[in-house]
Design a protein around this ligand. Structure first.
Ligand SMILES: *[C@@H]1O[C@H](CO)[C@@H](O)[C@H](O)[C@H]1NC(C)=O
Ligand SMILES: *[C@@H]1O[C@H](CO)[C@@H](O)[C@H](O)[C@H]1NC(C)=O
Length: 146
């Protein structure tokens, strides 16, 4: 292999590695979501939340009053501190599956998936991590349950 060719291969390998590392968490780097209003039990009050403006797309873990994971059944509207709570449409992966793509849906009356986002989910031995993008609209918020 020529040196120029080797350089191209090396650069594309590094690009691949850095892309993969941002998509696959090491099970220890995540940001905690623990707000009480995120809980499925929490019926929306006058305070409305939206995970759009100021949201950072990264790996998250639900904890504390927010619950431990996202529901994977259509959740009721006007819960989780928002109009359209976001849930995971699909099954949870096993630890050996690594990070998997899932559809996240926001429920609006009459349509369990009125808005949808592509997310990633990883099972870190019973602890779930989620790579969550900015929601497409307001008022949508990622929901947690126990
Ligand atoms: C949410 O509601 C469920 C079912 O009523 C209950 O078991 C659970 O403890 C509640 N969680 C919180 C944080 O209130
Ligand atoms: C959930 O995903 C399945 C499989 O992709 C799809 O057929 C179904 O319509 C989705 N559910 C909703 C409520 O959109």
């Amino acid at each position: 292999m020529s040196r120029g060719r080797f350089g191209v291969v090396l650069v594309s390998l590094l690009v691949t590695l850095s892309t993969v590392s941002c998509q696959v968490p090491d099970c220890s780097s995540y940001v905690i979501l623990n707000q009480r209003w995120r809980s499925l039990n929490f019926t929306r009050g006058t305070e409305l939340h939206c995970d759009r403006d100021g949201w950072v797309t990264q790996w998250y873990r639900f904890s504390g009053a927010a619950g431990t994971k996202m529901p994977n059944l259509c959740d009721p509207t006007q819960h989780c501190g928002t109009h359209a709570p976001v849930w995971i449409n699909g099954t949870y992966p096993a630890p050996e599956d690594g990070a998997v793509d899932r559809q996240a849906c926001a429920h609006w009356p009459g349509d369990c998936c009125r808005w949808s986002m592509k997310v990633r989910v990883r099972n870190c031995g019973g602890v779930f991590l989620y790579y969550l993008p900015t929601t497409s609209d307001c008022w949508l918020a990622y929901c947690g349950e126990y």
